[in-house]
Design a protein around this ligand. Structure first.
Ligand code: ZN
Length: 167
């Protein structure tokens, strides 16, 4: 089930402080496919128009998803919990952006035309928000082929000594 979500006149959407929300299957986001270990899951999102004190149209994008990524150390699947709220300032295409604005981390600037493809925007933001090299907090690299997992007799002896059972 593929649903294209388009906001007509996103500047007005922002100025009127409208809200759109939905859920989208991660499998519907093609640029995410290479990053996922499993194509399951969905992203829950909401877009809220913000017309702040500086009278600049913005969108507040909230995303929540638990994509299954591939750990870059053990190469097994890992569930990554992502919750993120970002503020996107809307500008017309070709609007010059001052250097000082590029350095502001509080919001990103997004060029919008007459229509805003919501799913493409969410895909952009989600790809940026995912870790470049996801890793479990604790895991081991895969054992080389043919490697033995058994403890050597010397390790066993050392453990016995350490526990005081062998004088
Ligand atoms: Zn791992």
């Amino acid at each position: 089930m593929s649903r294209r979500r388009v906001i007509s006149d996103p500047m007005r959407f922002a100025r009127d402080e409208q809200v759109a929300r939905g859920r989208t299957a991660l499998a519907e986001l093609p640029r995410l496919a290479d990053l996922l270990a499993e194509p399951d899951g969905e992203i829950e999102w909401s877009l809220q128009g913000v017309y702040g004190i500086d009278r600049r149209p913005m969108l507040r994008l909230s995303m929540r998803a638990e994509p299954v990524l591939r750990c870059q150390r053990c190469l097994n699947a890992m569930r990554h919990v992502l919750e993120r709220v970002s503020l996107l300032r809307l500008v017309r295409p070709g609007t010059p952006i001052g250097d000082e604005e590029l350095e502001i981390d509080e919001f990103d600037t997004v060029e919008v035309g007459p229509d805003l493809d919501v799913i493409a925007l969410i895909e952009d933001e989600l790809v940026l928000a995912l870790p470049i090299a996801p890793r479990h907090e604790q895991c081991e690299p895969p054992q080389p082929a043919g490697g033995s997992q058994k403890k050597s007799p010397f390790d066993v002896l050392a453990n016995l000594r350490g526990s005081g059972r062998l004088q």
